[in-house]
Design a protein. Structure first.
Length: 162
């Protein structure tokens, strides 16, 4: 009868995943409020031009700056990433694909003349605000300058938390 319990567990897990916020998270909202209070105006949950099915959390279209507030679990923070024990191989592949998609998105944006700002959800609001401000106010002499903010190194799959 283990098949029945797996179905119930999968069903509960699926329902839990469906409730997971994809936008308007607390760290994202805090950064948006700080940016607004600092006088910046932006777009939210913006479809990235030329990149189907990819969105940025905060975008400054005129300045061509895309901001991503990445969650530690979903984007494999090198400091805080964890790996579920249930269905571990599926999760490892899923989280690796997320990380690879983030890198691909960065490369595509940079190739099209955008600046990319990535901040972790656990970073201080002051640091996140400074990374965005720096990207917006820096002269555009260097096309395709790259990713601003803390580097998003890949956490090796072997470092799973036991």
């Amino acid at each position: 009868m283990s098949g029945g319990s797996e179905t119930l567990a999968a069903s509960a897990s699926s329902a839990r995943m469906a409730r997971q916020a994809t936008r308007d998270t607390a760290p994202e909202m805090a950064l948006r409020r700080a940016l607004f209070m600092a006088g910046f105006r932006y777009r939210v949950d913006y479809q990235l031009p030329g990149i189907p099915r990819r969105r940025a959390d905060i975008v400054f279209p005129k300045q061509r700056v895309a901001v991503f507030v990445d969650g530690c679990f979903w984007h494999r923070c090198p400091d805080h990433a964890t790996f579920p024990k249930t269905n571990a191989e599926w999760w490892r592949a899923k989280l690796a694909r997320n990380w690879e998609r983030d890198r691909e998105t960065d490369q595509l944006l940079i190739a099209n003349g955008w600046r990319v700002v990535r901040v972790w959800e656990h970073e201080s609001l002051a640091d996140a605000l400074e990374a965005v401000r720096h990207s917006l106010e820096e002269p555009r002499e260097e096309p395709g300058r790259g990713v601003v903010g803390r580097p998003h190194e890949q956490r090796p799959v072997e470092q799973s938390v036991s």
